[in-house]
Design a protein around this ligand. Structure first.
Ligand code: ZN
Length: 144
């Protein structure tokens, strides 16, 4: 087993999910059924291998039909003030609605610096064939 796979569990699955996400986005305006199908496979890959999808990416997929939500193209985005201030996303494929509350100063856990423990930076291999991996330790937790 090489160092790449040791350090990043499920790297091949992440690469496949990335490919499917990009394919889904490309097909969104041409064929919505195919775009939804790719999104569905992507979610299935993540579920089967128990890998988390970044919340920013997860929010761009419809919870109901898994098609990509592109503002103005496949989704209608509106600011709503009642009952609570939120951003309302309406999928134009299946007409399902997602609401994201907007609270001043609120950050998701993944956006907070304390949530990051280690950053693996995978770059293309060096000329001598050795993998070029940079590991950055996050010392923000220790400062507090
Ligand atoms: Zn939908």
């Amino acid at each position: 087993m090489d160092t790449d796979t040791k350090l990043c569990q499920g790297k091949d699955i992440f690469e496949r999910m990335n490919y499917l996400y990009q394919a889904s986005y490309l097909m969104a305006l041409k064929n919505r059924v195919v775009a939804s199908y790719y999104g569905n496979i992507m979610i299935g890959c993540g579920k089967k291998s128990v890998l988390r999808i970044e919340s920013d990416i997860k929010r761009t997929l419809c919870k109901c039909c898994q098609s990509p939500l592109i503002p103005g193209e496949t989704a209608k985005v509106r600011l709503v003030s009642k009952p609570v201030k939120c951003v309302k996303w309406t999928c134009l494929t299946c007409l399902s609605v997602k609401r994201f509350p907007t609270k001043k100063g609120y950050k998701l856990w993944t956006e907070q610096p304390a949530s990051t423990n280690q950053i693996f930076n995978y770059r293309s291999k060096l000329k001598d064939g050795k993998p070029n991996i940079v590991i950055e330790e996050n010392n923000l937790c220790k400062d507090k």
